[in-house]
Design a protein around this ligand. Structure first.
Ligand code: NAP
Ligand code: HSE
Ligand code: NA
Length: 428
């Protein structure tokens, strides 16, 4: 037994990690060097599906990060505090850290990585994005010789699970959310999943790695899936699209600002991300010279996430066995400068919009004129249904600057014939 782990948290991911580490047949032999030395929890009374010696479990998490015997701290409690303080204490005590906590990394990454660099230790976060899918290490290493242009991901398992079931079964949003919570996909507070904040944290982390700079989380535009209705899913289907919550980071030229955003998006059915269903995640990375590469796999859940956490632990075991005075630049985070992010009004994209209008002659013409006034060109206009005596009109635009589209919509909203605009979605 060589390397001592102090694991903080024994919930979905913590339990999955301990179970993996207690069942080593057929896995990398380096894992045999690991000792589960301490595990920190909130409640000692809770019945857990794992056997650990009585002196391993503790509620004193500070004692774990301050224990000189601990080599690696594995932070799996989630949330901002005390996670941030415990990570910083561990680093200041010279311990490497593995974390699955995208919320803390996306907000406090600058402080955490600066502390790690000063202390000469590593922070590993493969589980923080894409659950079990290897995407952090590939971006840091295998793909880092490329100039990255675009990262497009389905990076939240909970919302993808909900949208998939709404689409295939016509299920209701809240029933499916309850299932996602029961299956361990959702965050303790599922608001972060449903409102796109978890995906925003993840795309901020991916963008930082892909575009070599820090990302200010406040600059990341995010919309969740609460407003996506069965009606829109049905219209999208008829028009040849599926609706996905996409997280996108894009840079048009090497010197232009980044666009970093999360929103429900109509994805053409033939696009590789359109068939990523259920709790699966996928991240499509486009760069030069590689072209397109897509990572696909389980984005959440105990076993899948434990795979990512344990691979990080294993990398650190290898580091601890290698004696070197200089940090490995492929494992550290060297970003010092912030990326410039373009405001959402400058985004150029296609839009889908659904209008409820009075059933009068000339309404479609008036819509077309307002759009025309702001240079918005329409790709398709469909009027199929009626709702409560109102006509339902769906339009899909060609590429348009978001600011221009919003100005046209403001004018349309004031037309006497327009009742409401229940949906507005971007199209990939
Ligand atoms: N679930 C997933 O599929 C998934 C996937 C990727 C990443 N993640 C990330 O992994 C982390 C853990 O998620 P999870 O789903 O495993 O969470 P979870 O099931 O809620 O487990 C949290 C664990 O941390 C302990 N804990 C929380 N706050 C504590 C405190 N203040 N003091 C002591 N113990 C505390 C809890 O103790 P008790 O058991 O005693 O209550 C519990 O064991 C989060 O950062 C999450 O975003 C999760
Ligand atoms: N709640 C997250 C867990 C994985 O990070 C999700 O649904 O994707
Ligand atoms: Na991952």
């Amino acid at each position: 037994m060589g390397v001592k782990l102090g694991i903080l948290g024994l919930g979905t991911v913590g339990l999955g990690t301990v179970q993996l580490l207690q069942d080593l047949v057929g896995r990398n032999p380096l894992l045999q060097e690991i000792e589960i030395y301490r595990v920190g929890v909130r409640s000692l009374a809770k019945i857990r599906d794992v056997e650990l010696p009585a002196d391993v479990l503790t509620t004193d998490l500070e004692a774990i990060v301050n224990d000189p015997a601990v080599d690696i701290v594995v932070e799996l409690i989630g949330g901002l505090e005390p996670a941030r303080s415990l990570i910083l204490q561990a680093l200041n005590n010279g311990k490497h850290v593995v974390t699955a906590n995208k919320a803390a990394i996306a907000r406090f990454g600058a402080e955490i990585f600066t502390t790690a660099n000063q202390a000469g230790v590593y922070v590993m976060l493969e589980a923080a994005v894409g659950g079990g899918i290897p995407v952090i290490q590939p971006l840091k290493q295998s793909l880092s010789v490329n100039r990255i242009h675009t990262i497009t991901g389905i990076v939240n398992g909970t919302t993808n699970y909900i949208l998939t079931r709404m689409q295939t079964e016509g299920s209701n949003f809240s029933d499916v959310l309850a299932d996602a919570q029961r299956l361990g996909y959702a965050e303790a507070d599922p608001t972060a999943d449903v409102d796109g904040l978890d995906a925003a944290d993840k795309i901020a982390i991916l963008a930082s790695l892909g575009f070599n700079g820090r990302i200010n989380l406040e600059d990341v535009y995010s919309e969740g899936i609460r407003q996506v209705s069965k009606t829109d899913i049905t219209y999208a289907e008829k028009l040849g699209f599926v609706i996905k919550l996409l997280a996108i980071a894009k840079q048009d030229t090497n010197s232009s600002p980044l666009s970093v955003r999360v929103h429900p998006t109509l994805v053409p059915k033939a696009h590789p991300l359109a068939s990523v269903n259920g709790v699966y995640n996928a991240i499509l990375i486009e760069g030069e010279p590689i072209g397109q590469v897509m990572f696909f796999g389980p984005g959440a859940g105990a076993g899948a996430t434990a795979s990512a956490v344990t691979s990080d632990i294993m990398n650190l075991v290898a580091v601890l066995k290698t004696s070197t005075t200089n940090p490995n630049p492929l494992l550290t985070c060297g970003h010092q400068d912030y990326c410039e992010i373009a405001p959402i009004a400058e985004l150029v994209t296609r839009f889908y919009a659904r209008f409820l209008t009075k059933d009068q002659p000339g309404v479609i013409g008036k819509l077309g004129t307002c759009f025309g006034n702001y240079g918005v060109s329409l790709e398709s206009v469909v009027q199929t249904g009626f709702q409560g005596g109102l006509a339902e009109i769906v339009v899909v635009t060609h590429d348009v600057r978001e600011g221009d589209f919003r100005q046209a919509l403001a004018e349309i909203q004031n037309l006497a014939a327009i009742d409401s605009i229940p949906s507005l979605l971007r199209v990939l």
